[in-house]
Ligand binder design. Structure first.
Ligand SMILES: Cc1cc2nc3c(=O)[nH]c(=O)nc-3n(C[C@H](O)[C@H](O)[C@H](O)COP(=O)(O)O)c2cc1C
Length: 333
């Protein structure tokens, strides 16, 4: 017997929204949590007053469980430590920490000591086993995923391999899930819940630029590519994006192709920037990093976050304890 993602995180449905930097602001996170799933705000490079302002909006916008996503390899250990301390100091217990990739053990210990719930997205069996030993909800990311890629395995192969090693862990599948039917396939592989990124990019409450949203709804899986070209600000990790003129010709000069604003501060956007185009971005949107999973093939409409949650909640477990596969099968026989 083991707990579902809903059981561990205090949700109505075992559904997690990815804390996508730039795209998943507090409006999206709160809408998802208020609908009964786990909303998550992207922390990305926010620090100091800008992070505090985001945390204030997050805790004011929902009284349900909700998360803050941080990316250890983007900010480095010193800045991550500051971000984690700030989240723990400035938010109530119902706010969980979500990491993209393994943080150092010291960070995991700090989160555990504060008795906060912990979600870690990983791409290998080794990292999944390590994260589970630290009490994390383990999000197994397959290469179908939109955004940066943590491993080289397909989603269901990774989920099944992790389930073999971790019969009692809470496992969440991520990558390529754009429909309830695909979510059911991930559950069949051994997951206790699912995490969605691209499906929430197109939600009304997402901060993605309008032309980014329409590019996603108009695309199918063959329009996505794995590349390493959008490296300014986050070097050295492959990512799945919609194919663009930049992925087709990475030899173009690095020059500014747009402008954006993050928490009130203006920035220029260079070609090859890892930053996604948001509603505050102007310029050559179609050349920017349009992170997108193979899930886009099943995503054709812009809908509200609550509609996404309702559609997937139909097939996902609630907070009940689930029987192991062996026990469940014996009921059938
Ligand atoms: C636009 C976009 C931005 C993303 N940014 C983040 C991020 O900041 N932090 C994170 O943990 N994952 C991020 N991801 C990856 C997701 O957590 C997840 O692995 C992926 O979205 C799952 O595949 P799907 O997009 O097919 O649902 C991002 C994904 C997308 C599509």
């Amino acid at each position: 017997m083991r707990a579902t993602a809903a059981g561990v995180l205090g949700l109505e449905a075992s559904l997690l929204q990815s804390g996508m930097g730039g795209v998943a602001g507090t409006e999206l996170a709160c809408a998802v949590s208020n609908a009964g799933a786990a909303g998550c705000a992207g922390g990305y490079k926010l620090a100091g007053g800008a992070l505090s302002a985001m945390l204030d909006r997050l805790t004011a916008g929902t009284d349900r469980p909700v998360g803050v996503n941080l990316i250890p390899e983007v900010v480095g250990p010193v800045e991550l430590d500051r971000q984690v301390a700030q989240v723990l100091d400035e938010t109530p217990e119902r706010v969980h920490l979500s990491f993209f990739g393994m943080p150092d053990d010291a960070v995991l210990e700090r989160v555990a000591a504060a008795e906060r719930r912990l979600v870690v997205q990983i791409g290998t069996v080794e990292d999944g086993v390590h994260a589970a030993a630290r009490g994390a909800v383990v999000v197994a990311q397959g290469t179908e995923a939109g955004g940066h890629l943590l491993g080289t395995s397909r989603r269901d192969a990774l989920v099944a391999a992790l389930r073999d090693r971790l019969p009692d862990a809470c496992l969440v599948a991520s990558g390529g899930i754009g429909s309830p039917e695909e979510a059911e396939r991930a559950l069949d592989a051994g997951a206790d819940g699912v995490l969605l990124g691209t499906a929430f990019v197109v939600a009304h409450e997402s901060r993605a630029h309008a032309r980014f949203k329409s590019a996603v709804t108009g695309a199918d899986e063959t329009d996505t590519v794995i590349t390493d070209v959008y490296e300014i600000g986050w070097p050295g990790r492959r990512h799945r994006v919609l194919a663009t003129t930049v992925t087709a010709d990475p030899q173009q000069p690095t020059k500014f192709i747009g402008k954006t604003v993050v928490e009130g501060k203006p920035y220029l956007v260079p070609r090859f920037s890892a930053a996604v185009p948001t509603e505050a971005t102007s310029g050559r949107i179609e050349e920017m990093a349009l992170y997108c999973g193979r899930s886009c093939g099943a995503i054709s409409d812009e809908v509200s976050a609550a509609d996404v949650v309702a559609a997937f909640a139909r097939v996902l477990p609630g907070a009940e304890v689930v029987k192991t596969r062996e026990r469940a099968d014996s009921y059938v026989g």
